[in-house]
Design a protein around this ligand. Structure first.
Ligand code: ADP
Ligand code: MG
Length: 280
């Protein structure tokens, strides 16, 4: 008897032929076309490309905020286009994919203490999450734990209005994690932060992934930040995938001139600004 070939783990997220067109006054705009990739459970994939490449459109489609013109998105093999039946199934679906945006401020109430905001989220999802979160004391403990996890210990009473950009981004990550999502979509989540704060948030995400096995889709225009966090990279340009593969290979031996051009714009150790004209 021959042993069965080992099966590859089923992907957590499977995107296939994803296309989105928008009607505009000037005619139809194709924001993304025939996008395909997979992310294994616990994996981290970087979606890379300059502004206008179609990255955020892909994120919105995966999050179910918009419907694709064509193509499929499967989460755990289930088509996400099918509307779940019943309130609890819909809450579970809404929680399964969480987005962290570049500027989380718009989704935070500037005057509500961040601990209260988190506790409110936990109460809404108490029926689905383990840990007896119907009880106020259990929610308080969970809030303390979440704030510790994202490096904001003891700040439950702080209001977003007096937090720094990096701290607010940590709050956004805590809110996403509170719902125990299957996958976290980070759309330029560190782009607006200072380089040193960026590095802290990337460390936090790498650490989270190690401890909780959270699957990540990390969207960025900056190739410099993907190596630390991601195993796979998909490079988009003009709404299409131009290159995809393991991060190490894409960064060291890019196959497409566009990826090379993106890499050339990234300062690396030993990088010198290119002279525009020879010195006189
Ligand atoms: P990225 O996130 O990579 O910067 P986007 O997904 O935001 O790119 O946009 C990709 C393209 O689709 C851009 O040309 C943008 O103008 C266009 N686009 C995005 N959303 C809409 C919309 N709602 N209506 C019309 N065009 C859109
Ligand atoms: Mg975008």
């Amino acid at each position: 008897m021959t042993a069965a070939a080992p099966e590859r783990a089923a992907p957590l997220l499977d995107v296939h032929g994803l296309t989105k067109r928008y009607p505009t006054r000037q005619g139809e705009v194709t924001a993304c076309e025939d996008i395909g990739f997979r992310i294994a459970p616990g994996g981290a994939l970087a979606l890379v490309g300059e502004s206008g490449a179609g990255k955020s459109t892909v994120v919105r489609l995966i999050a179910g905020l918009e419907k694709p013109t064509s193509g499929q998105i499967r989460l755990h093999g289930q088509h996400t286009g099918d509307r779940p039946r019943g309130r609890s199934a819909r809450l579970a679906r809404a929680a399964a994919v969480q987005i962290v945006h570049q500027d989380p401020y718009s989704s935070l109430d500037p005057r509500q203490p961040i601990g209260d905001g988190l506790a409110e989220l936990l109460r809404l999802h108490a029926g689905r999450l383990a840990g007896g979160l119907g009880e106020r004391s259990a929610r308080r403990d969970r809030v303390t734990g979440l704030l510790d996890t994202v490096g904001l210990p003891g700040l439950a009473d702080a209001r977003p209005a007096r937090l720094s950009g990096g701290q607010r981004q940590r709050v956004a990550i805590a809110r996403a994690l509170a719902l125990e999502p299957e996958i976290l979509l980070l759309d330029e989540a560190v782009a607006a932060l200072d380089v040193s704060v960026q590095a802290q948030i990337l460390n936090l995400l790498a650490d989270l992934r190690e401890r909780t096995g959270t699957t990540l889709l990390f969207v960025t225009h900056d190739l410099a930040v993907v190596r630390q966090l991601c195993q796979e990279a998909v490079v988009m340009r003009g709404g299409r995938v131009v290159e995809a593969g393991p991060v190490g290979r894409v960064l060291t031996a890019p196959q497409h001139p566009y990826t090379q051009a993106l890499l050339d714009s990234v300062p690396r150790p030993g990088w010198r600004p290119r002279r525009i004209s020879p010195p006189v």
